[in-house]
Design a binder for this molecule. Structure first.
Ligand code: 2AM
Length: 221
């Protein structure tokens, strides 16, 4: 195998610093615990269970997917088209190893995934692949019409048998429904306002975005 192909990682992204990993995991668990006890959520439990009157323990429902991060470019060790160009982009090379403040603006769940929406700054968007939203089009047809950076997120957990790539698709789907004006009454909660988007999709827009320090780097496994 040529050396330059080996050098490309599984993915590039921002990795939450160890000190905040635990804090965000707790925030996520608190959110799931609260959601689980809401009457509004219980009313739509069938979205998760497929059967009426069946309970679900959201804290057990999602499995952790390792170190918390926000993927920018998925490279699959160079198998993904455009990953070499991404790695060679001067903006990427200059930022490599630097710490950024990521702003988490919403938490969302679906029967497949739980995640946090990341609102990228102009500077952070320089590290965002040009086609990240368009690439999701085969799964979420409206994705390409959403603003750049819409797919940015931190996967907080996945249901049994679900791959983490699903989290970004779930987020784009919710944002597409939001754009269409398809939303019910928001439920005002301590952390922010919660909206149900049908089919088990819930998004809590945070009253106060959570700012987390994260190192721009890459992951090889
Ligand atoms: P995630 O960013 O939603 O968590 C390793 O699998 C990492 O790369 C995970 O973080 C995963 O999803 C992300 N990933 C996997 N396949 C991907 C793809 N096709 N496009 C973008 N990100 C992907």
């Amino acid at each position: 195998v040529p050396l330059e192909e080996v050098a490309l990682p599984l993915y590039f992204g921002w990795f939450l610093l160890p000190a905040v990993q635990e804090k965000i995991r707790c925030t996520s668990m608190d959110f799931l615990k609260t959601l689980d006890t809401l009457e509004a959520f219980k009313k739509h439990l069938i979205d998760f269970t497929g059967k009426p009157d069946q309970e679900v323990d959201l804290e057990q429902y999602y499995k952790s997917t390792g170190m918390l991060h926000c993927t920018t470019q998925f490279c699959n060790y160079g198998k993904v088209e455009g990953s070499k160009e991404y790695a060679q982009n001067p903006a990427v090379q200059n930022a490599y190893g630097s710490v950024f403040e990521l702003s988490l603006t919403a938490l969302f769940v679906t029967p497949r995934t739980v995640g946090a929406r990341v609102d990228l700054t102009e500077e952070q968007l320089l590290l965002w692949p040009a086609d990240a939203e368009k690439e999701a089009e085969s799964v979420v047809p409206a994705a390409a019409s959403l603003p750049r950076g819409s797919r940015a997120h931190v996967t907080l957990g996945c249901a049994e048998g679900v791959e983490p790539v699903q989290t970004g698709f779930d987020l784009l789907q919710i944002l597409a429904l939001q754009k269409d004006g398809q939303q019910g009454e928001p439920l005002e909660m301590e952390l922010g306002s919660l909206i149900y988007y049908s089919e088990g999709r819930w998004m809590l827009t945070l009253r106060e975005p959570i700012s987390v320090p994260a190192c721009f780097s890459s992951f090889y496994a």
